[in-house]
Design a binder for this molecule. Structure first.
Ligand SMILES: [Zn+2]
Length: 380
């Protein structure tokens, strides 16, 4: 097996094992090959869409791409003239066409392949909860610069850009500027309201940098102190499930399952006095829209008419039903299949923790209306 592919599998499985790093298997990884003597050119192995990062093996979960072709996409000036819908579709097609391997079937390379192509040999891109508190707060950039002040080469902060073309273009410009100034590519890159990009010359160094970054961020974070409340009773849980199921099917014209969660973090925020206010800020990052149709909806009462009113209002506002409801002193209710609900639970838990901690750094910085609309219209 190629050494670069071996390194990619190792990196992917290492970060994939850690649930704090990869909610719902999200995130992507890549390793660039040395120029190929036989095929003449440079290649990059990258995680494929559709499989969890930790499930990568020699047989599946990755694609091999021609690096020159991937880089050429974002440098193509014609793309900027297209509408965002047409542009994103064309980029996806060209990324697939840049693949060069024996993979059968329609396994797409990560839609974030462009970002990887500009960086150093080994790249790890994640959306970690510990980083979220900084990239989603008003003073996050300053706080991170303080945390990483002792690094020989400074971190790179990338202001928010729409996922896909917008972000890739911005990163390309900033990487070039960084290289000119410091004579090398950045190793630690924070993407505002999105995630973390780590790049290094070896897989060991890249994995090490992920750990250092997460540990350093985590030291500044905490959970609210909440008085232990008694467990919610089974009767209430069952009743709320039925109400949500019923209101959903009446308003959306289809039946869905409703799941209940009350793990440690959910229970803390269901009982925390200020959760209502925390959830009033809009979606923090694209994933909160893509997976949950916006932040969890806070419910103070479990009475049928009240739940129906809130749900109807949200459907009207967002055009879709929100996926998650956090009920005061009870827990989290999620609409969807067992698999999708489990991802929603992870996104909601992470978002609550981020919202609480962002207050220490000047307050929550959520997606603007225009940024939200791009995700609602284009997907991410
Ligand atoms: Zn991402």
């Amino acid at each position: 097996m190629d050494k670069a592919l071996l390194a990619l599998i190792k990196i992917s499985r290492t970060v994939g094992k850690n649930g704090q790093l990869t909610q719902g298997g999200s995130g992507n990884t890549s390793v660039k090959m040395a120029p190929d003597q036989v095929e003449g050119g440079k290649f990059m192995f990258i995680k494929a869409s559709g499989t969890a990062i930790g499930d990568m093996s020699a047989k599946k979960g990755w694609r091999r791409m021609r690096l020159g072709k991937v880089r050429g996409i974002i440098e193509d000036k014609k793309l900027s003239k297209l509408s965002s819908k047409k542009r994103e579709a064309q980029i996806a097609r060209r990324l697939l066409a840049a693949c060069s391997d024996n993979t059968k079937g329609n396994y797409r390379p990560s839609i974030e392949s462009n970002l990887h192509s500009f960086l150093d040999k080994c790249v790890i891109h994640l959306h970690p909860t510990a980083v979220g508190a900084f990239i989603n707060s008003k003073n996050g950039k300053t706080e991170l610069q303080k945390l990483f002040a002792m690094e020989k080469f400074p971190l790179l902060w990338v202001p928010y850009a729409n996922p896909g073309y917008g972000l890739a273009k911005k990163l390309l410009v900033l990487c070039r500027r960084y290289e000119k100034k410091y004579g090398r590519l950045p190793q630690i890159v924070f993407l505002q309201k999105h995630g973390l990009l780590i790049s290094a010359a070896t897989e060991k160094e890249a994995i090490g940098l992920v750990s250092i970054t997460i540990e350093r961020c985590k030291k500044k974070l905490s959970m609210p102190a909440v008085k232990k409340d008694k467990k919610p009773d089974a009767k209430t849980i069952k009743a709320v499930k039925l109400i949500i199921k019923d209101v959903f099917s009446r308003n959306m014209g289809k039946n869905e399952q409703v799941h209940f969660y009350n793990n440690k973090i959910i229970s803390i925020f269901a009982n925390y006095a200020d959760t209502k206010r925390l959830l009033q800020s809009g979606p923090l990052e694209p994933g909160e829209i893509v997976y949950c149709n916006g932040p969890a909806v806070w419910l103070e009462e479990t009475e049928k008419n009240q739940i129906a009113d809130v749900l109807k209002k949200q459907i009207k506002k967002r055009g879709k039903s929100p996926a998650a409801f956090l009920v005061k002193k009870v827990g989290l209710f999620v609409i969807g299949t067992a698999k999708s609900a489990s991802v929603v639970r992870q996104v909601v838990s992470s978002s609550l923790f981020v919202r609480y901690n962002a207050q220490k750094f000047g307050g929550i910085s959520a997606l603007t209306k225009a940024e939200q609309n791009f995700i609602y219209n284009c997907g991410a």
